[in-house]
Design a protein around this ligand. Structure first.
Ligand code: ZN
Length: 283
């Protein structure tokens, strides 16, 4: 199987996939390359694909790590050739014509469980555009504003996450007639979420890269702790009643969707952010 063919196919065939792991791979010239491994939808096929300078490899379910390494080794020449001509020109970016763009960050940003490359394009007006088709996050701005991209993208990412959480809370409020008093986002790694005795909900910032279904499960789980503080039979009965396929979301929580180190609204500190205007809405 010729990987170039698969690269071509990949731009038109972006089936939803599951992130499995990250592998560091050494090229012939001793450069290290990061490869993100996904579980693809095809049964016996694998697919190589790129997002910026990050290699993506889609493998069938249950593929061994040793097999992944063999695949990468077999295609090392192609990977090397492709990397040595990394010109940040992206075709078919929504409008179907060539635009030259600068890559802002070598690490992808995860949105809804999918990695997006962060690019910049010169413009008088500041805007952030998501290109779902080519998995690109485009910052349009002046050269001056471009230098502040970590702040701009971080503010945008936290707002997007808070909006999503608010939508999910409103959805479950309709269904369950339950809602927390206050909602906090914290940079916790040990816990995805919690519900305090006075019904304040905390959610981890590290959930921001996950897909909506997983967030929906976390919020449901914490809301179910309002009537049932422990993980009792009745607690799980309530969760399963409203989300019969919650196992899938629970499995997804074992994945890791890493953010670039600069994408941190907490600047490495142990602070919290409160979901704004939540109190006023329900009192
Ligand atoms: Zn719990």
């Amino acid at each position: 199987m010729h990987p170039e063919k698969h690269l071509k196919a990949a731009t038109t065939d972006l089936a939803p996939t599951k992130y499995l792991m990250e592998i560091n791979f050494q090229l012939a010239d001793c450069r290290n390359l990061k490869a993100l491994i996904y579980q693809g939808t095809a049964k016996n096929r694998y697919r190589l694909d790129w997002t910026g300078e990050t290699l993506l490899l889609h493998v069938p379910r249950g593929t061994a790590v040793s097999t992944v390494e063999k695949i990468l080794h077999r295609h090392r020449r192609w990977i090397h050739n492709r990397l040595s001509k990394t010109v940040p020109i992206v075709q078919n970016f929504e409008q179907n014509h060539k635009i030259e763009k600068a890559m802002l960050s070598p690490d992808p940003i995860f949105l809804d469980g999918t990695p997006y490359s962060l690019l910049w394009e010169e413009s008088d007006q500041t805007a952030i555009v998501i290109g779902h088709k080519n998995r690109l996050l485009l910052l349009k701005s002046t050269q001056e504003i471009k230098t502040h991209f970590p702040v701009i993208i971080t503010q945008w990412a936290i707002r997007r996450f808070l909006d999503k959480i608010r939508d999910i809370l409103l959805f479950w409020k309709e269904v369950l007639a339950l809602c927390p008093q206050r909602v906090f986002i914290r940079p916790t790694r040990s816990q995805w979420g919690s519900m305090s005795r006075n019904q304040n909900m905390s959610l981890s910032w590290h959930l921001s890269g996950f897909e909506e279904k997983t967030l929906r499960y976390i919020v449901l789980h914490e809301l179910a702790h309002i009537p049932f503080p422990n993980h009792s039979h009745r607690f799980w009965a309530m969760v399963r009643k409203h989300m019969p396929d919650c196992q899938e979301a629970k499995r997804d929580l074992r994945n890791f969707y890493p953010s670039p180190s600069w994408l941190d609204p907490f600047n490495g500190k142990r602070q919290s952010l409160e979901l704004p205007e939540w109190n006023g809405k329900f009192r």
